[in-house]
Design a protein around this ligand. Structure first.
Ligand SMILES: Nc1ncnc2c1ncn2[C@@H]1O[C@H](COP(=O)(O)OP(=O)(O)O)[C@@H](O)[C@H]1O
Ligand SMILES: [Mg+2]
Length: 306
């Protein structure tokens, strides 16, 4: 499978890719939280869904737009594109078509936006590889389970030491190599532990040790992301995130401690990603924060993001 990276020069938007060759690890949920956090930080954000079969990211954003309109709310939404897969008989023709579809979406946004957040499918596709090879920041959410760890590495069953790299880790290594060939930059790869149990367990500790060992070997950073919380599942029909002003109008119920803690963990994740926020964006966010303080509103997320 030939992957030609799309050149992304220094004037272009910063590319954040959500990837993990496994469904259900939290890519789409994390993608929307990152996009909304950046919008709230004054950044001009575009989003691309490459999972055109499931379209979870697209539906999440459509739900957000529809709910904002219906409830008369101001919910920030990104400029969004869903890139369709080509389904013809020839692999070469499909790849050429998909490359064209993807390049067109990138060309429309790369010079007018500060950040592009790209969600990818949980299986190995041409478009998913292409996105990995142009990532400035690659975020891999990983459920806290050895079944999910298996896409990154194999383990010795006696002492749980890492014995080898799995297919997804090898694919990322190759994509990073290609990214480096294009402009000498190294993709910042961050593995984000998701759906963490709120209680300590042997499994949680052993998975953590395996990730830490692999991080050194593969050159990624590992951060604790979101705990297992039912609120993340409830957000989808209204397209909400833990960062929105959650009250009875937005949420349909009074927010609880879980919403507050979820917001804190999303802010902690965003800070850990070290995404470059543009000065213009920071000024926009500061102006809005000033407006909020004049209006005597509660603390907003853009005040907190570093
Ligand atoms: N931290 C979390 N706590 C509870 N449920 C979660 C969490 N993160 C994701 N989910 C749920 O897990 C499922 C898979 O998440 P999703 O973001 O669609 O993953 P992916 O895009 O990797 O397939 C969804 O039902 C989502 O609501
Ligand atoms: Mg998804």
């Amino acid at each position: 499978m030939l992957v030609q990276p799309i050149h992304n020069n220094s004037q272009s938007a910063h590319v954040v890719v959500l990837g993990n060759e496994k469904g259900g690890s939290g890519k789409s949920t994390t993608a929307l939280h990152i996009a909304v956090a950046l919008l709230k930080a004054g950044q001009r954000v575009a989003t691309i869904d490459l999972d055109s079969r499931q379209k979870s990211f697209t539906h999440y954003i459509e739900n957000r737009r529809a709910w904002a309109e219906r409830a008369g709310l101001k919910l920030e939404t990104p400029t969004h594109y869903c890139v369709e897969r080509a389904e013809g008989a020839s692999v070469e023709a499909n790849e050429a078509q998909e490359f064209a579809n993807f390049s067109q979406a990138i060309a429309k946004i790369e010079h007018t936006h500060d950040v592009v957040v790209i969600d990818t499918p949980g299986n190995d596709t041409y478009l998913m590889r292409l996105a990995h090879s142009m990532a400035d920041t690659l975020v891999t959410p990983l459920n806290d389970s050895f079944v999910d760890f298996d896409v990154l590495a194999t383990l010795d069953p006696t002492n749980f030491a890492v014995t080898g790299e799995s297919h997804y880790a090898e694919m990322v290594r190759e994509a990073r190599r290609q990214r480096r060939l294009v402009d000498g930059r190294l993709t910042d790869w961050i593995v984000v532990r998701n759906r963490l149990s709120q209680l300590g367990s042997r499994n949680k500790r052993l998975v953590g040790e395996g990730i830490a060992e692999l991080a050194k070997r593969m050159g990624f950073r590992c951060v604790d992301g979101f705990a297992e919380r039912v609120v993340y599942r409830e957000f989808f029909p209204r397209g909400l995130t833990a960062l929105d002003d959650l009250d009875e109008t937005t949420l349909g119920t009074r927010p609880n401690m879980s919403h507050v803690t979820a917001r804190e963990e999303v802010i902690a994740l965003l800070n850990a990603l070290h995404l470059p926020l543009t000065e213009n964006g920071k000024r926009r966010a500061a102006a809005r924060a000033e407006w909020y303080s004049v209006m005597d509103q509660p603390l907003q997320v853009h005040d907190v993001l570093a």
